[in-house]
Design a protein around this ligand. Structure first.
Ligand code: XIL
Length: 329
């Protein structure tokens, strides 16, 4: 492999941008790998509500600005993440001066102001937004129980997309979620997107997080999901890919994965990237949720202080076997 080929995003330039989630630390500590292999970024938390807007009249843009400036300097795309979510959202937005829940009107006004402020600030820098994140419930409910739903009501998702489109008509607006290949949840996501489209709500794509593990899901299940989502006629992006070494409900810890586990991970990456390439007509981006195994959110989720090794580069920033396999086509 010659030197020029030894770049993931270069290798995939005719397929889709290759992104990585970065944060205020890794944008420096992992910059060499980032600039060499990726041509898109997502800010891991720095654009979430509570980090940008901690109090009603206080916006804190400096960290996001710093990261986005680096991306711009290196011609990287930026995905905005995220405008409305049930987590990492400042509590003040839901409450009045007496600590009571605000009315639907007040919350709509507040979120519209937030969206206008944030999206207009980044309108030349951020090309796509995860507008609403994880609004579908696990289990049998349709929409997830959240303050957004309780206070605004069932039409909150369409309201938010409408505000986002108004704030930046050129931005690509995504609905983003996890467990997207599990049939029950998948079908509810499809129902939501159908309903939005029927009402002519501006939704432009579906973000499939891709927090997977070496045991689940099967390639067949992922493929089946791509086919179903494709029927909606919207582009898909893999927005938060990582491949955990643990089964989801496994709470045990290990010092290091066995060779068999690494092998499973390699095969998993190899197969999903082959599948992504096969679906290049509808997949418009693939983003990995982190850069190298020394820094991953999975070190603290779903079990605190448990090491994980879910990415394409190892703890010393060296390419793993999985990396070599996805470069080899
Ligand atoms: C995670 C970040 O990686 C962590 O650093 C943070 O503590 C919690 O959020 N789905 C999402 C992401 O949409 O925003 C989450 O990111 C991971 C799950």
């Amino acid at each position: 492999m010659n030197n020029q080929e030894f770049s993931l995003s270069q290798k995939y330039k005719d397929y889709f941008p290759i992104g990585a989630a970065v944060n205020r630390k890794t944008i420096t500590s992992h910059q060499e790998l980032l600039l060499r292999h990726f041509n898109s970024i997502t800010l891991e938390s720095e654009m979430k509500f509570e980090l940008l807007h901690p109090a009603e009249n206080t916006y804190t843009f400096s960290t996001a600005d710093m990261i986005i400036d680096i991306a711009k300097k290196h011609n990287m795309k930026v995905r905005g993440h995220t405008l409305v979510w049930h987590r990492q959202t400042s509590e003040w937005v839901f409450l009045d001066r007496n600590g009571e829940l605000v009315s639907r009107e007040v919350l709509l006004e507040r979120i519209e102001e937030h969206i206008n402020r944030v999206m207009s600030r980044y309108k030349n820098d951020v090309y796509s937004w995860d507008v609403v994140n994880e609004a579908i419930a696990e289990g049998t409910d349709y929409l997830r129980d959240s303050k957004w739903l309780t206070i605004i009501g069932k039409d909150y998702v369409e309201k938010i997309f409408t505000y986002a489109h108004r704030a930046d008509p050129k931005a690509q607006l995504f609905y983003n979620d996890y467990d997207v290949v599990i049939p029950e949840k998948r079908d509810k996501i499809i129902r939501l997107i159908r309903e939005l489209k029927q009402k002519e709500v501006p939704v432009h794509g579906i973000g499939l997080q891709g927090h997977w593990n070496i045991y689940f899901p099967s390639i067949d299940l992922i493929k089946e999901a791509f086919d179903k989502y494709a029927e909606l006629g919207l582009p898909l992006q893999i927005t938060e890919l990582d491949v955990s070494m643990y089964e989801f409900h496994d709470k045990s810890k290990m010092d290091k994965p066995s060779p068999e586990m690494y092998e499973k991970q390699t095969i998993f990456y190899e197969k999903i990237f082959a599948l992504f390439r096969e679906y290049r007509d509808i997949i418009t981006g693939v983003t990995v949720w982190g850069i190298a195994d020394d820094k991953t959110w999975l070190d603290n989720f779903p079990v605190r202080d448990r090491k994980n090794w879910p990415l394409l580069f190892d703890t010393s920033h060296q390419p793993k076997e999985a990396f070599h396999k996805i470069m080899d086509f």
